[in-house]
Design a protein around this ligand. Structure first.
Ligand code: OSB
Ligand code: MG
Length: 367
Protein backbone atom coordinates (compact mmCIF):
# COMPACT_ATOMS: atom_id res chain seq x y z
CA UNK A 1 0.00 0.00 0.00
CA UNK A 2 1.27 3.48 -0.85
CA UNK A 3 0.39 6.40 1.38
CA UNK A 4 -0.04 9.83 -0.19
CA UNK A 5 0.40 11.58 3.14
CA UNK A 6 -0.60 11.81 6.76
CA UNK A 7 -2.77 14.40 8.43
CA UNK A 8 -2.37 15.24 12.11
CA UNK A 9 -5.04 17.09 14.04
CA UNK A 10 -5.18 18.31 17.60
CA UNK A 11 -8.72 18.20 18.91
CA UNK A 12 -10.30 19.50 22.12
CA UNK A 13 -13.48 17.83 23.35
CA UNK A 14 -15.24 19.09 26.51
CA UNK A 15 -16.09 16.26 28.92
CA UNK A 16 -19.69 16.04 30.19
CA UNK A 17 -18.31 16.19 33.75
CA UNK A 18 -14.83 16.73 35.23
CA UNK A 19 -12.92 13.44 35.56
CA UNK A 20 -10.66 13.40 38.63
CA UNK A 21 -7.93 10.84 39.25
CA UNK A 22 -4.96 10.72 41.61
CA UNK A 23 -2.92 12.44 38.87
CA UNK A 24 -5.22 15.37 38.10
CA UNK A 25 -8.58 16.63 36.87
CA UNK A 26 -9.61 16.54 33.21
CA UNK A 27 -12.37 18.83 31.98
CA UNK A 28 -11.43 18.83 28.31
CA UNK A 29 -9.99 15.88 26.42
CA UNK A 30 -7.22 17.14 24.16
CA UNK A 31 -5.97 14.48 21.71
CA UNK A 32 -4.15 13.90 18.44
CA UNK A 33 -6.10 12.32 15.57
CA UNK A 34 -4.10 10.71 12.74
CA UNK A 35 -5.46 10.25 9.21
CA UNK A 36 -3.48 8.06 6.79
CA UNK A 37 -4.34 8.88 3.17
CA UNK A 38 -3.89 6.48 0.23
CA UNK A 39 -4.90 6.68 -3.43
CA UNK A 40 -7.90 4.44 -2.58
CA UNK A 41 -9.08 5.91 0.70
CA UNK A 42 -8.03 6.74 4.23
CA UNK A 43 -7.66 5.35 7.72
CA UNK A 44 -7.99 6.78 11.22
CA UNK A 45 -6.11 6.47 14.48
CA UNK A 46 -6.50 8.23 17.83
CA UNK A 47 -3.51 8.94 20.05
CA UNK A 48 -4.30 8.40 23.74
CA UNK A 49 -1.65 10.75 25.12
CA UNK A 50 -3.12 13.49 27.30
CA UNK A 51 -2.36 17.20 27.68
CA UNK A 52 0.19 16.70 30.47
CA UNK A 53 2.57 13.78 31.10
CA UNK A 54 0.84 12.71 34.34
CA UNK A 55 -0.54 9.26 33.47
CA UNK A 56 2.58 8.37 31.47
CA UNK A 57 5.57 10.25 30.04
CA UNK A 58 3.70 10.94 26.80
CA UNK A 59 1.66 14.10 26.16
CA UNK A 60 -0.11 15.75 23.24
CA UNK A 61 2.62 18.19 22.17
CA UNK A 62 5.27 15.47 22.53
CA UNK A 63 3.16 13.16 20.36
CA UNK A 64 2.78 15.82 17.66
CA UNK A 65 6.52 16.45 17.74
CA UNK A 66 7.67 12.82 17.56
CA UNK A 67 5.09 12.00 14.87
CA UNK A 68 6.20 14.83 12.59
CA UNK A 69 9.91 14.69 13.45
CA UNK A 70 10.60 10.94 13.53
CA UNK A 71 7.75 8.47 13.04
CA UNK A 72 6.01 9.87 9.95
CA UNK A 73 9.26 10.57 8.04
CA UNK A 74 10.30 6.94 8.68
CA UNK A 75 6.99 5.73 7.24
CA UNK A 76 7.40 8.06 4.24
CA UNK A 77 10.92 6.70 3.58
CA UNK A 78 9.72 3.09 3.80
CA UNK A 79 7.65 3.37 0.58
CA UNK A 80 5.25 0.48 0.14
CA UNK A 81 3.92 -0.47 3.60
CA UNK A 82 1.11 -2.24 5.41
CA UNK A 83 -0.26 -2.02 8.94
CA UNK A 84 1.71 -5.04 10.15
CA UNK A 85 4.95 -3.40 8.97
CA UNK A 86 4.57 -0.12 10.84
CA UNK A 87 5.85 -1.54 14.14
CA UNK A 88 9.18 -2.60 12.61
CA UNK A 89 9.64 0.73 10.80
CA UNK A 90 9.18 2.82 13.96
CA UNK A 91 10.98 0.33 16.24
CA UNK A 92 14.35 2.19 16.24
CA UNK A 93 12.71 5.13 18.00
CA UNK A 94 12.59 4.54 21.74
CA UNK A 95 9.31 4.75 23.62
CA UNK A 96 6.47 6.95 22.30
CA UNK A 97 4.17 3.96 22.17
CA UNK A 98 1.01 6.06 22.15
CA UNK A 99 2.14 7.95 19.04
CA UNK A 100 3.25 4.70 17.40
CA UNK A 101 -0.12 3.12 18.18
CA UNK A 102 -2.07 5.97 16.58
CA UNK A 103 0.05 5.83 13.44
CA UNK A 104 -0.15 2.03 13.16
CA UNK A 105 -3.92 2.09 13.67
CA UNK A 106 -4.43 4.71 10.95
CA UNK A 107 -2.35 2.69 8.45
CA UNK A 108 -4.00 -0.60 9.46
CA UNK A 109 -7.45 0.98 9.19
CA UNK A 110 -6.69 2.28 5.68
CA UNK A 111 -5.47 -1.17 4.64
CA UNK A 112 -8.43 -3.06 6.14
CA UNK A 113 -11.00 -0.64 4.69
CA UNK A 114 -9.55 -1.14 1.23
CA UNK A 115 -9.59 -4.91 1.74
CA UNK A 116 -13.12 -4.83 3.22
CA UNK A 117 -12.01 -6.58 6.43
CA UNK A 118 -13.24 -5.49 9.90
CA UNK A 119 -10.51 -4.93 12.52
CA UNK A 120 -12.37 -7.30 14.85
CA UNK A 121 -12.03 -10.15 12.33
CA UNK A 122 -8.37 -9.26 11.65
CA UNK A 123 -7.59 -9.45 15.40
CA UNK A 124 -9.47 -12.70 15.99
CA UNK A 125 -12.64 -11.53 17.71
CA UNK A 126 -15.10 -14.18 18.93
CA UNK A 127 -17.98 -11.92 20.09
CA UNK A 128 -20.19 -9.33 18.41
CA UNK A 129 -20.81 -7.34 21.59
CA UNK A 130 -18.82 -6.65 24.74
CA UNK A 131 -19.73 -6.17 28.41
CA UNK A 132 -19.30 -2.60 29.60
CA UNK A 133 -18.02 -1.18 32.83
CA UNK A 134 -17.48 2.43 33.78
CA UNK A 135 -14.61 4.24 35.49
CA UNK A 136 -15.85 6.68 38.14
CA UNK A 137 -13.60 9.58 39.12
CA UNK A 138 -12.76 10.88 42.58
CA UNK A 139 -15.58 13.09 43.87
CA UNK A 140 -15.85 15.88 46.43
CA UNK A 141 -18.11 13.82 48.71
CA UNK A 142 -19.48 10.31 49.22
CA UNK A 143 -23.13 11.33 48.53
CA UNK A 144 -21.98 12.75 45.20
CA UNK A 145 -20.16 9.47 44.43
CA UNK A 146 -23.21 7.38 45.34
CA UNK A 147 -25.38 9.48 43.01
CA UNK A 148 -22.92 9.02 40.16
CA UNK A 149 -22.69 5.25 40.70
CA UNK A 150 -26.49 4.95 40.95
CA UNK A 151 -26.81 6.77 37.62
CA UNK A 152 -24.37 4.43 35.88
CA UNK A 153 -26.03 1.32 37.32
CA UNK A 154 -29.41 2.64 36.09
CA UNK A 155 -27.86 2.97 32.64
CA UNK A 156 -26.97 -0.72 32.76
CA UNK A 157 -23.21 -0.69 33.33
CA UNK A 158 -22.18 -4.15 34.49
CA UNK A 159 -19.19 -3.17 36.59
CA UNK A 160 -18.09 -0.10 38.51
CA UNK A 161 -14.48 1.02 38.85
CA UNK A 162 -13.71 3.64 41.49
CA UNK A 163 -10.66 5.83 41.22
CA UNK A 164 -8.87 5.88 44.58
CA UNK A 165 -5.98 7.71 46.26
CA UNK A 166 -4.78 8.07 49.85
CA UNK A 167 -7.66 9.77 51.71
CA UNK A 168 -10.28 8.54 49.19
CA UNK A 169 -10.21 4.76 49.37
CA UNK A 170 -11.66 2.68 52.23
CA UNK A 171 -14.65 4.93 53.01
CA UNK A 172 -15.92 5.41 49.43
CA UNK A 173 -15.47 1.69 48.69
CA UNK A 174 -17.37 0.74 51.85
CA UNK A 175 -20.14 3.24 51.04
CA UNK A 176 -20.58 1.91 47.49
CA UNK A 177 -20.52 -1.71 48.66
CA UNK A 178 -23.06 -1.06 51.43
CA UNK A 179 -25.41 0.93 49.22
CA UNK A 180 -25.34 -1.24 46.07
CA UNK A 181 -24.70 -4.73 47.45
CA UNK A 182 -23.38 -7.44 45.24
CA UNK A 183 -22.24 -5.44 42.16
CA UNK A 184 -18.99 -6.07 40.29
CA UNK A 185 -16.68 -3.50 41.89
CA UNK A 186 -12.99 -2.68 41.44
CA UNK A 187 -10.59 0.21 42.15
CA UNK A 188 -7.81 2.02 40.29
CA UNK A 189 -5.04 3.91 42.11
CA UNK A 190 -2.98 5.14 39.15
CA UNK A 191 0.29 4.59 41.14
CA UNK A 192 -0.84 6.71 44.14
CA UNK A 193 0.50 4.35 46.86
CA UNK A 194 3.93 3.26 48.16
CA UNK A 195 5.25 -0.15 49.23
CA UNK A 196 4.68 0.83 52.86
CA UNK A 197 0.94 1.17 52.23
CA UNK A 198 0.43 -2.62 52.00
CA UNK A 199 -1.35 -2.95 55.36
CA UNK A 200 -3.58 -0.02 54.52
CA UNK A 201 -4.51 -1.51 51.12
CA UNK A 202 -5.26 -4.85 52.81
CA UNK A 203 -8.17 -3.02 54.47
CA UNK A 204 -9.89 -3.18 51.07
CA UNK A 205 -9.93 -6.99 51.26
CA UNK A 206 -13.28 -7.33 53.11
CA UNK A 207 -15.09 -5.57 50.24
CA UNK A 208 -14.65 -8.41 47.72
CA UNK A 209 -13.26 -6.25 44.94
CA UNK A 210 -12.58 -7.84 41.56
CA UNK A 211 -9.15 -6.23 41.58
CA UNK A 212 -7.00 -3.29 42.58
CA UNK A 213 -5.42 -1.62 39.56
CA UNK A 214 -1.88 -0.20 39.56
CA UNK A 215 -1.47 0.68 43.24
CA UNK A 216 2.31 1.32 42.97
CA UNK A 217 4.77 3.02 40.63
CA UNK A 218 4.80 1.78 37.05
CA UNK A 219 8.39 0.55 37.38
CA UNK A 220 7.83 -1.23 40.69
CA UNK A 221 7.08 -4.82 39.64
CA UNK A 222 8.79 -6.27 42.71
CA UNK A 223 6.72 -3.99 44.93
CA UNK A 224 3.54 -5.27 43.30
CA UNK A 225 4.70 -8.88 43.74
CA UNK A 226 5.30 -8.26 47.47
CA UNK A 227 1.97 -6.50 47.80
CA UNK A 228 0.24 -9.47 46.16
CA UNK A 229 1.50 -11.63 49.04
CA UNK A 230 -0.06 -9.31 51.63
CA UNK A 231 -3.38 -8.27 50.10
CA UNK A 232 -6.06 -10.77 49.12
CA UNK A 233 -7.61 -8.51 46.44
CA UNK A 234 -6.13 -9.50 43.04
CA UNK A 235 -3.55 -7.04 41.66
CA UNK A 236 -4.17 -5.79 38.11
CA UNK A 237 -1.53 -3.77 36.24
CA UNK A 238 -2.20 -0.91 33.84
CA UNK A 239 0.69 1.62 33.58
CA UNK A 240 3.36 -1.12 34.08
CA UNK A 241 2.23 -3.18 31.09
CA UNK A 242 3.90 -1.41 28.17
CA UNK A 243 4.57 -4.51 26.01
CA UNK A 244 4.06 -8.26 25.74
CA UNK A 245 7.47 -8.70 27.37
CA UNK A 246 6.45 -6.51 30.30
CA UNK A 247 3.28 -8.57 30.67
CA UNK A 248 5.21 -11.85 30.61
CA UNK A 249 7.69 -10.52 33.19
CA UNK A 250 4.97 -9.18 35.49
CA UNK A 251 3.16 -12.53 35.40
CA UNK A 252 6.38 -14.50 35.97
CA UNK A 253 7.22 -12.31 38.99
CA UNK A 254 3.76 -12.65 40.51
CA UNK A 255 3.26 -8.87 40.21
CA UNK A 256 -0.26 -9.23 38.82
CA UNK A 257 -2.96 -11.82 38.26
CA UNK A 258 -5.09 -9.68 35.91
CA UNK A 259 -4.04 -7.27 33.13
CA UNK A 260 -5.66 -4.08 31.81
CA UNK A 261 -4.80 -3.89 28.10
CA UNK A 262 -4.78 -0.44 26.51
CA UNK A 263 -3.68 -0.59 22.88
CA UNK A 264 -2.42 2.99 22.97
CA UNK A 265 -0.14 2.38 25.93
CA UNK A 266 1.53 -0.67 24.32
CA UNK A 267 2.21 0.64 20.79
CA UNK A 268 -0.90 -0.58 18.99
CA UNK A 269 -3.50 -3.28 18.44
CA UNK A 270 -1.01 -5.89 17.19
CA UNK A 271 1.10 -5.67 20.36
CA UNK A 272 -2.15 -5.57 22.36
CA UNK A 273 -3.11 -8.88 20.76
CA UNK A 274 0.29 -10.35 21.70
CA UNK A 275 -0.32 -9.30 25.32
CA UNK A 276 -3.73 -10.96 25.14
CA UNK A 277 -2.05 -14.14 23.86
CA UNK A 278 0.62 -14.13 26.60
CA UNK A 279 -1.99 -13.60 29.30
CA UNK A 280 -4.29 -16.27 27.90
CA UNK A 281 -1.45 -18.79 27.80
CA UNK A 282 -0.91 -18.05 31.50
CA UNK A 283 -4.63 -18.12 32.43
CA UNK A 284 -4.45 -14.44 33.33
CA UNK A 285 -7.78 -12.68 32.60
CA UNK A 286 -7.59 -9.39 30.69
CA UNK A 287 -9.95 -6.48 30.14
CA UNK A 288 -9.85 -3.50 27.83
CA UNK A 289 -8.96 -0.20 29.46
CA UNK A 290 -9.85 3.21 28.17
CA UNK A 291 -8.30 6.66 27.86
CA UNK A 292 -11.41 8.82 27.44
CA UNK A 293 -11.35 8.08 23.71
CA UNK A 294 -13.59 9.60 21.06
CA UNK A 295 -15.57 7.23 18.84
CA UNK A 296 -12.46 6.60 16.74
CA UNK A 297 -10.47 5.01 19.54
CA UNK A 298 -13.56 3.44 21.10
CA UNK A 299 -14.45 1.60 17.88
CA UNK A 300 -11.03 -0.03 17.72
CA UNK A 301 -11.04 -0.85 21.44
CA UNK A 302 -14.32 -2.72 21.00
CA UNK A 303 -12.77 -4.86 18.26
CA UNK A 304 -9.97 -5.85 20.65
CA UNK A 305 -12.31 -6.40 23.60
CA UNK A 306 -14.13 -9.04 21.53
CA UNK A 307 -11.11 -11.40 21.70
CA UNK A 308 -11.59 -14.57 23.78
CA UNK A 309 -9.27 -13.67 26.69
CA UNK A 310 -11.23 -10.50 27.53
CA UNK A 311 -13.31 -12.16 30.22
CA UNK A 312 -13.92 -9.12 32.45
CA UNK A 313 -16.01 -6.02 31.57
CA UNK A 314 -13.79 -3.18 30.33
CA UNK A 315 -13.71 0.61 30.64
CA UNK A 316 -15.42 0.71 27.24
CA UNK A 317 -18.34 2.98 28.12
CA UNK A 318 -20.91 4.70 25.90
CA UNK A 319 -20.05 7.97 24.15
CA UNK A 320 -22.43 9.89 26.44
CA UNK A 321 -20.38 8.97 29.52
CA UNK A 322 -17.69 11.27 28.10
CA UNK A 323 -19.05 13.62 25.45
CA UNK A 324 -22.29 15.41 24.63
CA UNK A 325 -21.32 15.21 20.95
CA UNK A 326 -18.95 12.51 19.75
CA UNK A 327 -17.14 12.95 16.43
CA UNK A 328 -18.45 9.59 15.14
CA UNK A 329 -21.94 8.13 15.41
CA UNK A 330 -22.32 7.74 19.18
CA UNK A 331 -21.72 4.40 20.87
CA UNK A 332 -24.82 3.58 22.91
CA UNK A 333 -24.82 1.05 25.76
CA UNK A 334 -27.79 -1.33 25.57
CA UNK A 335 -28.35 -4.02 28.23
CA UNK A 336 -24.89 -3.22 29.59
CA UNK A 337 -23.18 -3.99 26.31
CA UNK A 338 -21.75 -2.24 23.27
CA UNK A 339 -21.89 -3.72 19.78
CA UNK A 340 -18.57 -4.42 18.10
CA UNK A 341 -18.44 -2.42 14.84
CA UNK A 342 -18.96 -4.64 11.79
CA UNK A 343 -17.80 -2.36 8.96
CA UNK A 344 -14.35 -2.61 7.35
CA UNK A 345 -11.36 -1.37 9.36
CA UNK A 346 -12.31 0.20 12.68
CA UNK A 347 -15.86 0.35 11.30
CA UNK A 348 -16.57 4.02 11.93
CA UNK A 349 -15.32 7.33 10.56
CA UNK A 350 -15.56 10.80 12.04
CA UNK A 351 -18.22 13.15 10.71
CA UNK A 352 -16.29 15.88 8.89
CA UNK A 353 -18.27 18.77 10.42
CA UNK A 354 -18.08 17.35 13.94
CA UNK A 355 -14.34 16.75 13.59
CA UNK A 356 -13.72 20.24 12.19
CA UNK A 357 -15.71 21.78 15.03
CA UNK A 358 -13.33 20.36 17.68
CA UNK A 359 -10.08 20.70 15.71
CA UNK A 360 -7.71 23.36 16.99
CA UNK A 361 -4.84 22.66 14.56
CA UNK A 362 -4.23 20.58 11.41
CA UNK A 363 -0.94 19.57 9.79
CA UNK A 364 -0.75 17.76 6.45
CA UNK A 365 2.49 15.88 5.77
CA UNK A 366 2.65 14.90 2.06
CA UNK A 367 4.67 11.81 1.04
O1 OSB B 1 -6.00 4.58 34.50
O2 OSB B 1 -7.51 3.59 33.45
C1 OSB B 1 -6.91 4.63 33.72
C2 OSB B 1 -8.58 7.60 31.97
C3 OSB B 1 -7.47 8.32 31.58
C4 OSB B 1 -6.23 7.87 31.91
C5 OSB B 1 -6.08 6.68 32.65
C6 OSB B 1 -7.18 5.94 33.02
C7 OSB B 1 -8.45 6.43 32.70
C8 OSB B 1 -9.68 5.78 33.12
C9 OSB B 1 -10.94 6.04 32.32
O3 OSB B 1 -9.78 5.10 34.11
C10 OSB B 1 -11.17 4.98 31.32
C11 OSB B 1 -12.21 5.38 30.31
O4 OSB B 1 -13.39 5.41 30.66
O5 OSB B 1 -11.84 5.68 29.16
MG1 MG C 1 -5.83 2.54 35.13
Amino acid sequence: MKLTGIELRVIEMPLVAPFRTSFGVETVREAVIVRAATADGEGWGECVSMTSPLYSSEYVEGSMDVLRRALIPAIARAGDIDGAGVGRIVEPFKGHRMSKAALETAVLDAELRTAGVPLSRELGAVRDEVDCGVSVGIMDSIPELLDAVAGYLDQGYQRIKLKIEPGWDIDPVRAVRERFGDILLQVDANTAYRRGDAQHLARLDPFDLLLIEQPLDEEDLIGHARLAEIVRTPICLDESIVSARAAADAIALGACSIVNIKPGRVGGYLEARRIHDVCRANDVPVWCGGMLETGIGRAANLALAALPGFTLPGDTSGSDRYYAHDITDPFIVADGRLAVPTGPGIGVAPHADALDAVTTRTEWIPF
